[in-house]
Design a protein around this ligand. Structure first.
Ligand SMILES: NC(=O)c1ccc[n+]([C@@H]2O[C@H](COP(=O)([O-])OP(=O)(O)OC[C@H]3O[C@@H](n4cnc5c(N)ncnc54)[C@H](OP(=O)(O)O)[C@@H]3O)[C@@H](O)[C@H]2O)c1
Length: 291
C-alpha cells in the first residue's frame, strides 16, 4: 500500500517556535532583561554575511538585542580570541556565535573553545557537547539547560511534529559531522531510539536505511537517498542543502520518490532550514534566563 507522505512544514513549525519565543522575550524585558545575541564574522564571505544578516533579522523580530561584530579576513587567531573574550565579559551578550567557516589562518578549535560555555548559542563548545553526550535522556538535557546544536535540535522538533515518538524506534542518521550527524544521533539516543550512525564507509547503506522508522539525511549530496531505500511509513528528515548549477535547491533525499513510501517527510527548502535559526533564538533565550 502506498500513499503520499505528509509533509512536515518547517516554515510553519519555525514560525510557531518564534512566536512562543517572542512572547517569552516580552516577559523577560518586562522583568528588566533583554536577551542579546552577538555574532562574530571574520572576513567578507558573501554566504556568511547573508546568514549573519538573517540571524540579526530574526533577533529583531523576536524583540531580542543583537550585536554584529566583524573582523577583517586577515585577522589573526589572537585578534579573534581578544574579541571573543570581550564578548564573554559583556553583560548585554547572553549568547554568542562564531560564524563558520573561519579563514584558514585562524585556529577554529581555539576560538570555539574560547567561547564561554554559558554563552554558547550554537551548542558547539566541547564542554556543552560533552554534557549533552553525558545525559541519559532529553529530560536531563533540558533540565540541565544545555545549549543544543541548532540544526540537530530542529530535526528533533520536526520529528516530534510528525507525532512519532522516537522511543523504541529504529533511527538511522546518515552523516557523522560534529555539527549535524553526531548530535542528531545523540538526541535520538536520548529520546530512546535505537540509533545507527551511517557514513561514507557504511556498507550497503540502502539496506541500513531500509531499517529506519526515522531516517535523518545529513550528507551534502543531492538526491543520494533513493526512494526505494525508505521504509514504508518512515519519518524522513532531510538536512541536506545542495544547490544545482541553475541555483535550485535539493536535499539529500530524492523527495518525489521518497514521499511515495514515507509517512512523513521534510521538503527542501522549507524543512529543516527554517528551524535552525528558530533554535538559535531558543538557545539564546534559555541562556539569558539561566543568567
Ligand atoms: N538545514 C540546515 O540548517 C543545515 C545546517 C547544517 C548543514 N546543512 C546541510 O547538511 C548537509 C550535511 O552537512 P554537514 O556539515 O554535516 O556535512 P559534512 O561535514 O560534509 O559531513 C557529511 C557526512 O556525510 C557522510 N557522507 C559523505 N558521502 C557519503 C556517502 N556516499 N554515503 C554515506 N555517507 C556519506 C560523510 O561521511 P564521512 O564522515 O565518512 O566522511 C560525513 O559524515 C550539507 O548539505 C549541509 O549544507 C544544513
Amino acid at each position: 500500500m502506498t500513499t503520499s507522505a505528509q509533509i512536515i512544514d518547517g516554515k510553519l513549525a519555525a514560525a510557531e517556535v518564534r512566536a512562543g519565543i517572542k512572547a517569552e522575550v516580552e516577559k523577560l524585558k518586562a522583568a528588566g532583561v533583554t536577551p542579546g545575541l552577538a555574532t562574530l564574522l571574520v572576513g567578507e564571505d558573501p554566504a556568511s554575511k547573508i546568514y549573519v544578516a538573517s540571524k540579526h533579522k530574526a533577533c529583531q523580530e523576536a524583540g531580542m538585542a543583537s550585536f554584529n561584530h566583524t573582523l577583517p579576513k586577515d585577522a589573526s587567531t589572537e585578534t579573534v580570541l581578544k574579541k571573543v573574550h570581550e564578548l564573554n565579559a559583556d553583560p548585554k551578550v547572553h549568547g554568542m556565535l562564531i560564524q563558520l567557516p573561519l579563514p584558514p589562518q585562524v585556529d577554529s578549535e581555539k576560538v570555539l573553545e574560547a567561547v564561554s560555555p554559558g554563552k554558547d548559542a550554537d551548542g558547539f563548545h566541547p564542554t556543552n557537547l560533552g554534557r549533552l553526550f553525558s545525559c541519559k535522556d532529553m529530560k536531563e538535557i533540558y533540565a540541565r539547560n544545555i545549549p543544543i546544536p541548532c540544526t540537530p535540535l530542529g530535526c528533533l522538533v520536526l520529528i516530534e511534529k510528525s507525532g512519532i515518538r522516537p522511543a523504541g524506534k529504529t533511527a538511522v542518521v546518515v552523516g557523522r559531522s560534529l555539527i549535524v550527524g553526531k548530535p542528531v544521533a545523540a538526541l535520538l539516543l536520548a529520546s530512546h531510539a535505537t540509533v545507527t550512525l551511517a557514513h561514507s564507509r557504511t556498507e550497503d547503506l540502502a539496506s541500513v536505511c531500509r531499517t529506519a522508522d526515522i531516517l535523518v539525511a545529513a550528507v551534502g549530496k543531492a538526491k543520494m537517498i533513493e526512494g526505494s531505500w525508505i521504509k514504508e511509513g518512515a519519518v524522513v528528515i532531510d538536512v541536506g542543502i545542495n544547490r544545482s548549477p541553475e541555483g535550485k535547491l535539493f536535499g539529500d533525499v530524492d523527495f518525489e520518490a521518497a514521499k511515495e513510501r514515507a509517512g512523513w517527510i521534510t521538503p527542501v527548502p522549507g524543512g529543516v532550514g527554517p528551524m535552525t535559526i528558530a533554535m538559535l533564538l531558543k538557545n539564546t533565550l534559555a541562556l539569558s534566563k539561566k543568567r
